[in-house]
Design a protein around this ligand. Structure first.
Ligand code: HQG
Length: 178
């Protein structure tokens, strides 16, 4: 029996990184057809019905996914590695944002700033608690404080995803308090 978390992880894989795993295609804005998603997932042995999918979307701890207005399509709100346009509006951050990472990356971050690596954006959090959780995925968390307001004033765009994650293209070293 698949748990809601199993399904959420599976959806993250399909809707952010590897839709080809089940032979589905995203549109340019990252949407996939809900019926096709259920059919093609089932064909690969990963079965869930629409009610369960709804439950995953609405109870998800990080609100990772969104349905369109008539629930015929679904997409991930952020975190993609495949190139899609999520139609983010540039948004002005106020004050500081935080990034949770781990010690082993610090030397490279000191040298190169924060880079997006395999994802479409650098991910930042508005509070320390969330950044701590993000860093903890990899070990003992190290929290970087980012002067986002100054960065924005200097011309770097920021975006706020539907689920409250702050995104930018890079964070140059001079805006990071280590
Ligand atoms: C690090 C999860 C060396 C960066 C989370 C991070 C988040 C560098 C890793 C979301 C570097 C990239 C994203 C540099 C950055 N040199 N290392 N110059 N610049 N890094 O997973 O921010 O649960 O792509 O510190 O909760 O960890 O999946 O990004 O450690 O919200 O929804 O390179 O993913 O959300 O790792 O996590 P990631 P992230 P979900």
């Amino acid at each position: 029996m698949k748990t809601l978390k199993d399904i959420s992880k599976f959806l993250s894989l399909i809707l952010r990184h590897k839709p080809e795993t089940i032979g589905i295609t995203m549109d340019p804005n990252g949407w996939v057809d809900v019926d096709e998603l259920m059919e093609k997932s089932a064909a690969k042995g990963f079965r869930f019905d629409f009610e369960t999918l709804e439950e995953v979307v609405f109870t998800n701890d990080k609100q990772r996914f969104t349905f369109n207005d008539d629930y015929s399509k679904i997409r991930a709100n952020q975190g993609h590695s495949v190139n899609v346009d999520l139609e983010f509006e540039p948004t002005e951050p106020v004050g500081y944002l935080y990034h949770g990472t781990v010690d082993k990356f610090l030397e490279s971050i000191r040298e190169n700033g924060l880079q997006k690596r395999s994802r479409l954006h650098v991910h930042l959090s508005k509070d320390l608690e969330t950044a701590t959780k993000v860093g903890s995925r990899r070990g003992k968390p190290v929290i970087l404080k980012i002067d986002a307001e100054r960065m924005f004033r200097d011309g770097y765009p920021f975006y706020l995803s539907k689920n409250g994650v702050w995104l930018c293209d890079e964070v140059p070293v001079q805006y990071i308090e280590l």
